[in-house]
Design a protein around this ligand. Sequence first.
Ligand code: RFL
Ligand code: PHB
Length: 388
Amino acid sequence: MRTQVTIIGAGPAGLLLSHLLHLSGIESIVLETRSRADIEATIRAGVLEQGTMDILANAGVGARMKAEGALHHGVELAFGGRRHRIDLTELTGKAITVYPQHEVIKDLVAARLAAQGQLLFEVSGVQLQGVDTTTPSVSFVRAGEAARIDADFVIGCDGYHGVTRPAMPPQGREDFTRNYGFGWFGILVESAPSSDELIYARHDRGFALVSKRTPTVQRLYFQCDPADHVDNWSDDRIWAELHARLENNDGWRVNEGRIFQKGIIGMRSFVSTPMQAGRLFLAGDSAHIVPPTGAKGMNLAVSDVNVLAQGLEQFYRQGRDDRLQGYTDAALKRIWRAEYFSWWMTSLLHTFADATPFQREMQRAELECVVSSRAMATALAENYVGAF
Ligand code: RFL
Ligand code: PHB
């Protein structure tokens, strides 16, 4: 097989890149280890920045997002028994949309298939060859048969645990990592949302987050030990923990309901540079990870491939590669900003096992500053909506 661009991974980055390239008349093939049903059912992110919505809408995949996504004009910070609203729209003129990542995936898969796009699901043994040449290839196994795709470019959109980052030439690579030593316990709950807006809560027992998916499904998280196991948490224990962390003095309580999904994720910050080596590029989680407190991961994946698609379009239309050569620098500006904000939100809202009493007071004082100073609230709001 031959194509112009081989894309490894059918997450938001890989699917959107394939679609953007198609709109520019560039052919691609997407390779994915999991099944279509599996990628369309995996529960992950929920918050889309305005810029992400614009990119999806301009690519013709925004109709359901606009109809079914929930526009949010503010978020709440809760601590010391009180809730404080940050008015995103008043402070920045922008808003965010809560629309689940797996719905974005469904919309992108449908768009690719409607345009006869080639998505190869359930492949295994993906390996890269000739990444230092102008004719890189990818070999894999599909339905028990060995296959190979030759292309002009290979793009790694295969997430943090993928095969493309390890295939980057080691010379000159620099990785930046921070592990936080805690995780998030996430649940899906059958019940009406407890709050119209997201609530980020800091409590001495640990962080908690109230979000939602649909008018009948809530998404809730609480800080936990990343090595803990979901089986250690009965429904009663989960509700007791959430009520304790979300306690407040105005009588508001989180709505209980049937818990139909439980999972634990670790929290880390990670950036791997450069994001290009010859004809091999990385985009999305394959190159960088943020802790979910800033709700930035999927938004970064979308902005990476938006930059990359423009570079590939310039290459094929004008025979120039200066945009492609500038990809790492252009993408990293936004990535480091999101890394900073995600680290800051995480530091502000979680409990740290090694924090001294002094550090705990600094955290409390900083939260007070954020909710009482318009300047600090504006800085949070600008970063949260992605106005940078
Ligand atoms: P993905 O989504 O991980 O997709 C990678 C795909 O590649 C496949 N793959 C391979 N395919 C072929 N060959 C191989 N060798 C392969 N190895 C892997 C995988 O099966 C998969 O389908 O990466 P991508 O496209 O870069 O997208 C990144 C986002 O998924 C991620 O950043 C977000 O989910 C992060 N995130 C959030 N982001 C936001 O913008 N807003 C949020 O509110 C938000 N909340 C979250 C989050 C992530 C979370 N978890 C579960 C980590 C909340 C949570 C709980
Ligand atoms: C979610 O709804 O899954 C969600 C919302 C905000 C975050 C992280 C996750 O910061």
